[in-house]
Design a binder for this molecule. Structure first.
Ligand SMILES: Cc1cc2nc3c(=O)[nH]c(=O)nc-3n(C[C@H](O)[C@H](O)[C@H](O)COP(=O)(O)OP(=O)(O)OC[C@H]3O[C@@H](n4cnc5c(N)ncnc54)[C@H](O)[C@@H]3O)c2cc1C
Length: 483
């Protein structure tokens, strides 16, 4: 079933407790900080029902249409279909957004791969994951990701500090478990539900822990409080900050003040083995759409830098061309990792098709760790004017408009207004509060760099290089390669 945009907006008016800048938000769908990004998500629902996009954004099963994004991938085309659908969305909205559902739903597929572990603990938990994956497909649910606790002092175990620093189960009831704590979560205030699981646990040889809990949290459930960071939408004018005004994905500290999780929404509880399985495989699928977004960021940087070079005639210079080529190498490097990850995709334990793991994780490191340097190259190519240009209002105002028209018009083709628009776009992409926030998002939102490297280490098959060197260095055949 494909949801309508209005059904999505109605679902957000469920009395949820959302706070931003000292204000209790009565209706997120109309609040200036949330409305633009809710409109983007609503547009995705609308597009799936429009004839021009329907066949790409949906697929049919037993005569019913479902979202291409929510489909658990079983063959190569399911991945290429997702990529095509996302491309249509980004072209339609004229920008890049990440946490709009397709990038988070894959975390549930990872848990499906751990179904046997869950079944060993309690067969009901395995049934719960099956049912929830099906429910996402059937009801087109907007899922977000709740991994990161405030954590507190990491030199102390959770039991030796405020126990709420990590989400934990406080008691069981006939209806379900009661959980307490907090999580950081982008988009929670305007999503339906989150897949909650522990941050890397401080478990050594513990088999059971109240902190090992994985479940679905409904974003409007009693006791769930969304405390949002200040929004970027609404700051300055849309003409000056065209990306921040339309695509700010508001992050939340989601407080869980004794929240009841019904048994049917519990995936695991107390068993650290299940929690460790989830942590080890969490981004097996979802790293793909995450890294794909960074390829679009690279496209935006290339586009902004190239337009600037064309406007100013700098594209004739070899040194400028080399910098543009550096950006292209970055973009194509991401593209190569993603393309090969799908071409070499691997069958998962649950029978899904997962992107080639070491290609995907290496691609995530390549894309995330090089982004700061690439943003700086793009910034350099766009020049200092992105941070010194007056506001759009000054281009209209008596007293300043004639001077700005004079100094921002470059030639017959490039008049002041197009120059101003390009510089405003580049500033919001590379230099504004929003740009800095997006850079931080890329570095952290799917775990920090050390965690990305750990995923590469664990996914790479070291036997090839080991065998190669054993032969090349004439090492003894008795050496097995095990450390
Ligand atoms: C914009 C943004 C959006 C986010 N959205 C979400 C979301 O939607 N859902 C969600 O669950 N989380 C989200 N997060 C949280 C994000 O996952 C965390 O910031 C991240 O996991 C790091 O945790 P931390 O901030 O507590 O940093 P810390 O754990 O304090 O780590 C800080 C630094 O310490 C070092 N460090 C810490 N531990 C180790 C270690 N074991 N080994 C080596 N080095 C280490 C690293 O350099 C690390 O970068 C978001 C974060 C940001 C910035």
């Amino acid at each position: 079933m494909i949801r309508t945009a209005e059904a999505y907006r109605d679902a957000l008016r469920d009395g949820r407790e959302v706070w931003i800048d000292n204000e209790r938000v009565a209706d997120v769908t109309t609040h200036p900080a949330f409305k633009p990004i809710i409109d983007v998500k609503a547009r995705m629902y609308e597009m799936a029902r429009e004839p021009a996009y329907q066949d790409a954004l949906t697929y049919q099963e037993d005569g019913v249409r479902h979202s291409t994004f929510q489909r658990p991938p079983r063959e190569t085309a399911h991945w290429t279909d997702k990529t095509t659908a996302l491309d249509m969305v980004f072209n339609d909205i004229g920008g890049v957004v990440t946490r709009v559902g397709d990038e988070t739903v894959g975390e549930m597929w990872s848990l499906l791969d751990g179904r046997d572990v869950l079944a060993e603990i309690d067969p009901r938990f395995a049934e719960n994951i099956d049912r929830h994956i099906q429910a996402v497909v059937e009801h087109d649910v907007f899922h977000v990701s709740a991994n990161t606790d405030p954590k507190g002092d990491r030199s102390l175990p959770p039991q030796e500090q405020d126990p709420d620093m990590m989400v934990h189960v406080v008691r069981e009831t006939d209806a379900g478990i009661i959980i307490r704590g907090a999580k950081y979560e982008t988009a929670a205030a305007y999503a339906d539900q989150a897949f909650l699981k522990p941050t890397v646990g401080a478990w050594s040889n513990e088999k059971l822990s109240d902190y090992a809990v994985g479940c679905i949290v409904k974003m409007g459930a009693p006791g769930v409080k969304h405390i949002c960071r200040t929004g970027f939408a609404g700051k300055g004018s849309v003409a000056d900050y065209p990306l921040a005004h339309r695509f700010d994905e508001v992050d939340v500290l989601m407080v869980l003040d004794d929240v009841l999780i019904p048994w049917e929404d519990v995936f695991f509880y107390r068993h650290t083995r299940a929690a460790q399985h989830v942590r080890a495989t969490l981004h097996r699928y979802s790293a793909f759409p995450y890294v794909l977004r960074i390829q679009y960021m690279a496209d935006m940087m290339i586009g902004a830098a190239m337009w600037n070079a064309r406007q100013t005639g700098l594209d004739k210079l070899q040194a400028v061309r080399e910098k543009l080529a550096d950006l292209v190498c970055y973009r194509e490097g991401i593209n190569a990792h993603l393309t090969s990850a799908i071409a070499l995709a691997q069958r998962s334990p649950a029978g899904l098709l997962m992107p080639h793991q070491s290609m995907l994780y290496a691609g995530r490191v390549f894309a995330c760790s090089n982004l700061p340097q690439m943003m700086h190259i793009a910034r350099e190519l766009c020049g200092g004017q992105i941070c010194v240009t007056p506001s759009a209002a000054a281009f209209q105002a008596d007293g300043t408009k004639d001077w700005l028209a004079k100094f921002y018009s470059l030639n017959d083709q490039w008049q002041a207004e197009d120059r101003r628009k390009l510089l405003a776009f580049a500033r919001d992409l590379l230099n504004s509060d929003y740009a800095g926030h997006r850079l931080t998002f890329v570095q952290f939102a799917q775990a920090p760099h050390f965690n990305h490297l750990a995923a590469v280490y664990n996914a790479f098959d070291f036997s090839g290089p080991l065998d190669f060197v054993r032969k090349a260095a004439s090492l003894s055949d008795r050496i097995t390669g095990a450390s």
